[in-house]
Design a protein around this ligand. Structure first.
Ligand SMILES: [Zn+2]
Length: 415
């Protein structure tokens, strides 16, 4: 371990962390590859085309064979390709004590998740197929337009409809009123307001020992959620830092930005997907016995193109996410200034706790961070926090107008 590393593990923990990191990386790229191989295999073996013709004979109504074909495809992807990797990861997390969820409960969560994918994914594929039949050249554009309200509705409904399927939530004030009071002091500094009704506690301790907090929802459903593990097991100053980081996401409208960039990115992704799929079809369509993208087997070509593009574009979304997370770290540390005794030390201690709880790799390879990390590494976050002190160095805080020694209740500079 290099000298000067702030985030440190015991040798035993470091071994486990290294093993977990390798496994996570292997499963990450392994499942991407497995999805590509399944889709390419369905086409190369002629199975996709054959299945389409079998369904044509079996079902007289086109919608029946479309629904079955797409549901079967999604079930194959989820159940055969992705589930084994998830199970492998779960076993490893149980072994190191990060997860305490038993297999029956885990399997139930997975099956519910798969059901959701089928219920949401099948109509989406039906719609894309319908568009490709009617407008072979502009389908990507119509699909993108239709996707906007769906993305917005998804973000709006996620915390109220989807998240409660998997976990239990309750108002933070019901169990941790003193934490709400302290957090209100931090929020008051931002010049904005996060009402206590928008702070929730998630019962994560039922399933594991990881520590976390997050922001979810849109507009009327926007909220800050703290895992009960975090609220119950971390010192209050460190929880305040985590909440201050989350309030940064909240106040700086990171979710809305993320959704906006997601919508813009979707436009590019959909156009590229249709171009690549059309090219694949010209290249191998005859061998695959696929006539057009607007056929059932043509949709397999489209999904293959989408999976290829998603795999290679992964670092783009992650790089944007790391920038946003770094902003929230800066914001969190500035928001705590004057409220906790030593913001730098508090933030470093919080990162140490988070890293240990998840057995984060203390020294991930730069390429791995670039390609797969949606947050900066714990090591770099701790190192930044330790050195970030704009008050005593005569610099200006980035988000707050407070001068050194000024009123801690100073207002937000950039809302
Ligand atoms: Zn964050």
């Amino acid at each position: 371990m290099a000298a000067g590393n702030l985030y440190q593990l015991t040798p035993e923990q470091a071994d486990l962390a290294h093993h977990l990191a390798m496994l996570r990386l292997g499963l990450h790229f392994g499942s991407e590859l497995a999805v590509l191989l399944l889709l390419a295999g369905l086409l190369e073996s002629g199975l996709a085309g054959r299945l389409e013709r079998v369904f044509e004979r079996m079902f007289t109504r086109p919608w029946q064979r479309s629904v079955l074909f797409f549901a079967l495809l999604l079930a194959l992807l989820e159940g055969v390709v992705l589930l084994p990797g998830a199970a492998w990861m779960h076993a490893a997390l149980v072994r190191v004590g990060i997860s305490i969820q038993g297999w029956p409960g885990w399997l139930q969560d997975q099956l519910l998740g798969m059901l959701l994918v089928l219920l949401i994914g099948t109509p989406i594929l039906l719609f894309a197929h319908w568009l490709l039949v009617r407008s072979p050249h502009r389908a990507w554009l119509w699909f993108w337009m239709a996707s906007i309200p769906v993305i917005l509705a998804g973000a709006l409904l996620l915390p109220q409809v989807v998240e409660p399927i998997f976990d239990h939530f309750e108002p933070l004030a019901a169990t941790h009123p003193e934490l709400v009071v302290q957090f209100e002091r931090v929020v008051a500094r931002t010049g904005t307001h996060i009402p206590p009704q928008r702070m929730f506690l998630m019962r994560a301790s039922a399933k594991g020992n990881g520590l976390n907090a997050y922001v979810s929802g849109l507009g009327p459903t926007k909220r800050i959620v703290v895992w009960d593990t975090t609220a119950d097991r971390m010192p209050q100053d460190e929880i305040l830092f985590i909440l201050a980081h989350e309030s940064g996401h909240y106040v700086l409208h990171h979710l809305a930005w993320g959704i906006g960039m997601g919508i813009a990115g979707t436009l590019i992704l959909l156009w590229l997907t249709q171009q690549l799929a059309a090219w694949l079809l010209r290249w191998r369509g005859r061998a695959w016995k696929v006539d057009a993208l607007g056929s059932l087997s043509g949709m397999v070509v489209l999904l293959l193109a989408l999976a290829m593009l998603e795999a290679v574009s992964e670092p783009i979304g992650n790089s944007i996410s790391r920038v946003i997370e770094h902003q929230a770290d800066v914001y969190g540390q500035e928001a705590m200034h004057g409220i906790v005794a030593d913001p730098q030390q508090t933030a470093v201690a919080a990162f140490q706790q988070l890293g240990r709880a998840w057995l984060e790799d203390p020294n991930p390879a730069p390429f791995v961070v670039f390609w797969t990390y949606d947050h900066p590494s714990i090591q770099s976050r701790a190192s930044f926090a330790a050195h970030y002190d704009p008050w005593t160095k005569g610099n200006h805080p980035r988000y707050f107008a407070a001068a050194p020694g000024a009123d801690p209740a100073a207002t937000l500079r950039v809302p």
